[in-house]
Design a protein. Sequence first.
Length: 377
Amino acid sequence: MSEKGLTTISLKKINKSKVYQYIYKSKVTSKLQIVSDLQMGLSTVSQNLNLLEQEGLIERNGYFDSTGGRKAQAIQIVPDFKISIGIGILKNMFHLTAVDLYGNAIFTDTFSVPYSNTPAYYEQIAGTVREFISSNQYEDEKILGISIATQGVTSPDHTTVTYGTIMNNTGMKLEEFSHRLPYPCYLEHDSKSAAFLELWKHPELDSAVVFLLNRNLGGAIITNHQIHQGNSMHSGTLEHMCINPDGPLCYCGNRGCLETYCSVDSLEQAAGMTIKEFFPLLREKKSSQLVQVWKDYLNHLAFAMKNLNLIIDAPVIISGYLAPYFTDEDLSYLTEHINLSAPFKLGKDQILVGTNGQYTPAIGAALHYVDQFIHTV
C-alpha cells in the first residue's frame, strides 16, 4: 500500500477515535454537537458514527427536545459493549467484580477462600471467573481482561509479587492466573488499584494522598494525574510510617507502624468486636469506651494525614472498607485534629471519601483494561 493510502487509513482511525472518545466523555450528545465541538465536516462525522454503530460501540437512543426544527437523535456509547473483570485477593477471601466501560460495577461478590500458593487455589479462582463468564453467557471477545489486585508490592513489569508479607505470597506469579484464563491478565498492588479507582472518580485531581482503610492499611500517592510507583514500586506504603517507636509490633517486623493503629484489624482488636457490630453501637453514643476507641483511631489517622500533607500538598482520599462508615462529623473531627498546631491548614473539602468499600481494589484493578480500551478504540 502507498504511503498516501496508509496516511488516509491512519487519519480515518484517528477521526473514529476522536468521535468515540468525545461521545464517551459527553455521555449523551448529538451529531451536530460533535461536528461543532470537534470541528469536523458533517459527512466525516456521519461516516464515523455509522462505522461505530455497525461495530456495536455506540447507539442512537431517543431524541433531544426540539428547539424549533427537527429533533436531534441522542447518541451514546454502549456501556456494556465490553466488560473488564477485577479480582481482589486477600488472606482469607477474594472479591470478584465486573465493570462496564464507565467503570460501573455490574457485579460484585466475595468468596471465602484462604490464600495458598498451590495449583488448587489458583484453579479455584480461575474456575470462579470462568463460571461467572459462562453463567452470564458472555462471549470471549466481550471480556477485555482480568486484573488481579493483591496485598503485596509487585515487580515493575507487574508479573511477580516482590513483597507479600501479609499473605505470605512473595514470589506469586501472574502466570499462575494467565495460563489458566484465555484473556489478558494483569497484576497490581491492591493499594495502587484502589488509588486508580479514586483517580477515575476524581479526574480533576492532579495530586492526592490515598489512605486505603482495609483489613490491613494501605496507601498510594497520586502526582501529575498518575499513580506514583517509585524505583522499587513501594511509593505510598504509608502503612509502615512509624508513629510510635515503642508501639505494637507490625507484621513488617518494626514497632509502631501506622498499620498497627489504623488498619481495620487494629480497630476491631481495640473495640473487641467486628466492624459491623462496632459502628451501630458507636453511633448510638451510649458507650464512652467505644467513642474513645474511635477517637483514638481518628487521632492517629489525623496525625499521619497532617505529616503527609506537609510532603504532598494535595487532597486526602479516604478509601476502602471503612470509607462508607465515615460521617460528616468524623470528617469535621479529622479536619480539626489535622489542623491542630499545623503550619498549613487542610480544608474539610480537601478530604474526599470513597464509596466502593471493600470492593475498591478489585474495581480499580478492572479499570486497567477499561482505560486501555477507551484510549485505543
